[in-house]
Design a protein around this ligand. Structure first.
Ligand SMILES: *Cc1c(COP(=O)(O)O)cnc(C)c1O
Length: 380
């Protein structure tokens, strides 16, 4: 076996010869206590003290002014896009190297994605690619930026912080400001990551996090929208709670809202998990350092955070030399019960998105063939 040493290194790190998953949740804090409290008080559904507490914790952690608990990350992105003005028939700039939820959230608004390349170092949306695209296709009009090719409005830019590695936000923001395009951050994977000392998700108009079971902390299922724009935050709360006009006893809804509320039961789990976020972050950073020194001595490249950023090391990954090497690595590790997984297929390969406008995707295609996730769970 070619990767025997890597396999036994990972088995040693997790002190196990059994199946080692990519990422599993760990419950070592107040999870049971808060869940029982929720049941004992009968507030298990979409109103309750833990929903409020969760939203407060999220504003503190992300250093933002307003946070909205939602049922999952995907619906959070859907609503965040609507909040910045994405309408039916519009277009949204994003990356093709992402999880499908990023792009589905665009499509749920009746808008189409424009797929632009990622940077080689961050694996997230490339400011240079966005600039080059807009120089050719962008046209500034009174009400925003239009795509000269399709005559459609480009009403948002949706970068994704891949595996918790922050996108080059300053450069991206500078370009989007010139072209009057608001940024929504898909920060689903990057809770705890920082870009120049700012939490990811707090830099664009809005940011969205996921609390799905595979993320760094989980609420079973859930999401959060965060923003420094209080008006947008309040509008987000209202849209995700059926657009009900506040009133003591009357039901009046003045636009098409959603039931995207996070149940209190899930929020209680999220609160307990968030209390441990810092210890999870340092635990994962230790593992990343172990991996780094091991892989530095081999022919495999371990991916680390870029200068001026802090990654949460949610899912750690290596870069193999080529597709063939990658496939051998995947086969050997998984046969030894060490779970590894290739990065996503590029979104324009999916039947729903083949027709979408895109650039050359040289970096995305390079990474698609080489990046593999390796076990990254918090170790007890
Ligand atoms: C997990 C994830 C989401 C969506 O989160 P859900 O809570 O599962 O809906 C969105 N974007 C990315 C990049 C993700 O990894």
């Amino acid at each position: 076996m070619k990767f025997k040493e890597t396999i036994s290194f990972i088995q040693n790190q997790f002190n196990s010869k059994e199946f080692i998953p990519l990422h599993q949740p760990i419950f070592v804090g107040n999870e049971k206590k808060y869940l029982m409290e929720t049941i004992d008080t009968n507030f298990v559904s979409s109103v309750g003290a833990f929903v409020d507490r969760f939203e407060e914790m999220m504003t503190l952690i992300t250093k933002t002014k307003k946070s909205v608990a939602v049922v999952n990350g995907t619906s959070g992105i859907q609503v965040a896009l609507r909040l910045v003005g994405v309408n039916k028939g519009d277009e949204v700039i994003t990356q093709a190297l992402t999880f499908v939820a990023t792009v589905n959230a665009i499509a749920y608004n009746g808008a189409s994605p424009i797929f632009l390349d990622v940077d080689m170092d961050t694996m997230g949306l490339s400011p240079k690619a966005v600039m080059e695209f807009l120089e050719v296709f962008g046209e500034l009009r009174e009400d925003g930026c239009y795509n000269k090719k399709t005559n459609k409005k480009i009403s948002a830019c949706l970068p994704m912080h891949t595996f918790g590695f922050p996108v080059h936000m300053d450069e991206l923001k500078a370009i989007c400001d010139v072209w009057n395009i608001p940024i929504v951050e898909d920060a689903a994977e990057s809770l705890g990551s920082e870009y120049k000392n700012k939490p990811t998700g707090s830099i664009g108009e809005l940011g969205v996090f996921s609390f799905n079971g595979n993320k760094i902390v989980t609420s079973g299922g859930g999401g959060a929208i965060v923003t420094n724009n209080v008006q947008l935050g309040l509008k987000g709360k209202y849209l995700t709670t059926t657009a009900k006009v506040p009133h003591a006893n009357e039901f009046f809804h003045d636009e098409l809202g959603y039931n995207f509320r996070m149940p209190n039961l899930n929020a209680s789990l999220a609160c307990a998990q968030l209390e441990n976020l810092n210890s999870f972050l340092s635990n994962k950073r230790e593992l990343a350092l172990e991996y780094k020194s091991f892989f530095d001595a081999s022919c495999i490249q371990f991916r680390t955070e870029t200068p001026d950023t802090k990654a949460n090391y949610w899912l750690m990954c290596v870069e193999l030399e080529n597709l063939k090497e990658r496939d051998v690595f995947l086969a050997e590790t998984n046969a030894s019960h060490v779970m590894t997984r290739p990065i996503w297929q590029l979104m324009y390969r999916l039947p729903m998105y083949t027709h979408c406008q895109r650039d050359e995707q040289l970096n995305a295609q390079f990474l698609e063939e080489r990046i593999v996730n390796i076990p990254s769970s918090v170790r007890r």
